[in-house]
Design a protein around this ligand. Structure first.
Ligand SMILES: Cc1cc2nc3c(=O)[nH]c(=O)nc-3n(C[C@H](O)[C@H](O)[C@H](O)COP(=O)(O)OP(=O)(O)OC[C@H]3O[C@@H](n4cnc5c(N)ncnc54)[C@H](O)[C@@H]3O)c2cc1C
Length: 421
């Protein structure tokens, strides 16, 4: 492959941010023969400490195919919990999970789309620390250059290259820089790309618990008047709990003694959980919607939360970022093979055109979802109940939602089809 790096650059692609989206992009580019460099203020060892990030993510099966195609999956598989069923319940009482169904609920079962998904589950639950560790090992094995701790501070775009200056004064040049540094993206600001959005005035509370009974790979999503509450299955019959609280209540829960924490869980969620014992600390994340006004600028592309920070209600934030990584990698690799300037507008516009609709539609959909489901108005409750019941009873609609959640609809990048670049 003709390498941009041959033209006196420090790298083919500078990736600001070695989070899960940036790291996946780096692997995809390197596997196809390009030379990326990753820059991150946090060294990988710190990112995988149990106290760094208490989150676990539901990874759509199409995105897991990407990690398989990139050779990272064997490092992740020992930590993966298959999601075989998703039960969605609206209301004050537990429905499908309790054996006594509430009037309205949705039930997704992987067996129903087994013919289309090749026996894959609806998704995979993975603790972020294991994902980060697996990706870090794959990056080291691929010999990808990682500058950490190092922080991107400035980016200056010239006619033929972009020069990225780090906070310690070092400068790097490449035909293109990718801003994958999360919501506070420096590259987005440097490129003059605005961001729109709003705060939900809530925090997402995340805790891991050991369950008293087997979860059988079932994920529960309860839409309670106080907001959504998810119980997501992890290995060893543990579960990741995610729910929303006001900022004040979230802060109090973080420091609460275990018995106070459990009493709160019980008061709020009744017996849904059975006897669950908390493992590890409680984490809180402020919830907001933040969308970049554009995905690209001259010699700049945005990826992951730097481009779109959505509400975690349906576990789609990282999935969007991983889909974006596959599309960006395919665009840059094909352009390099054709001898094009990989930072040129015409090339980057292909990436933006590919991802623009999906990103905007999903972000808007999530926002509507949050507003609709965090509301206890009786008419809204009836409306969403009828909607859920309708989807539940119409087989094709249900199968469509399952494939959508699996990330397997639309114009799929090759890596999401499990093919190499
Ligand atoms: C409570 C909660 C639960 C969630 N659950 C799910 C789920 O189930 N499924 C799902 O798909 N998504 C989920 N998400 C969303 C998901 O966590 C994010 O979308 C995802 O982590 C974003 O990844 P990223 O790589 O784009 O950004 P980040 O993970 O934010 O990584 C950004 C990286 O950039 C680095 N960085 C920062 N500044 C600089 C700089 N100046 N220079 C260089 N590097 C820099 C940071 O150190 C970091 O490593 C959840 C989110 C929350 C809050």
């Amino acid at each position: 492959m003709p390498k941009a790096k041959g033209g006196g650059f420090d790298a083919d692609v500078i990736i600001a941010g070695a989070g899960m989206a940036g790291a996946t992009l780096a692997l995809a580019l390197a596997k196809a023969g390009l030379e990326p460099v990753l820059v991150d203020p946090v060294v990988f060892d710190a990112q995988i400490a149990p106290t760094f990030d208490g989150r676990a993510s539901a990874i759509a099966y199409a995105n897991f195919r990407q990690w398989k195609a990139l050779g990272a999956a064997p490092r992740l598989e020992p930590h993966v919990q298959r999601i075989e069923q998703i039960l969605v319940t609206d209301g004050r009482l537990p429905g499908a999970s309790a054996g006594a169904p509430a009037p309205f609920f949705l039930r997704f079962d992987s067996a129903e789309i087994a013919d289309r998904s090749d026996g894959e589950p609806l998704g995979y639950m993975l603790e972020n620390r294991h994902t980060r560790a697996g990706l870090a090992q794959a990056i080291a094995a691929a010999g990808i250059e990682v500058l950490a701790p190092a922080r991107v501070a400035r980016a200056e775009v010239g006619p033929a290259k972009v020069v990225v200056t780090l906070a310690d004064g070092r400068a790097l040049s490449a035909p293109v820089v990718v801003g994958a540094e999360g919501r506070g993206s420096v590259i987005r600001d440097q490129a003059g790309i605005g961001a729109i959005g709003w705060d939900y005035n809530q925090v997402g509370v995340v805790a891991t618990v050991k369950l008293a009974r087997p979860h059988d790979g079932v994920a529960h999503e309860y839409f309670l008047p106080s907001g959504p509450f998810a119980i997501l299955p992890l290995t060893e019959d543990r579960a990741s709990l995610v729910w929303t609280e006001s900022a004040g209540a979230g802060a109090a829960l973080k420091t609460a003694r275990p018995e106070v924490f459990h009493a709160h869980l019980h008061r709020r969620f009744g017996d849904f959980l059975g006897a669950a014992t908390r493992e590890g600390p409680v984490f809180t994340y402020p919830l907001s919607l933040q969308l970049a006004e554009r995905l690209i600028a001259p010699r700049v592309a945005l990826l992951g939360d730097a481009a779109h920070g959505v509400h975690p209600i349906a576990g789609q934030g990282l999935n969007l970022g991983l889909k974006g990584a596959a599309a960006l990698a395919e665009t840059l690799v094909e352009a390099a093979r054709l001898g094009e300037d990989i930072g040129s507008e015409v090339v980057l516009e292909r990436y933006a055109a590919w991802r623009r609709f999906d990103t905007a539609a999903l972000s808007a959909g999530m926002d509507l979802f949050v507003r609709l489901f965090s509301n206890d108005h009786p008419l809204l409750r009836l409306g969403r109940g009828l909607g859920m019941a309708a989807v539940n009873h119409i087989g094709p609609a249900r199968r469509f939602f399952m494939q959508e959640a699996g990330g397997a609809v639309g114009d799929l990048p090759k890596l999401l089809r499990g093919e190499g670049l």
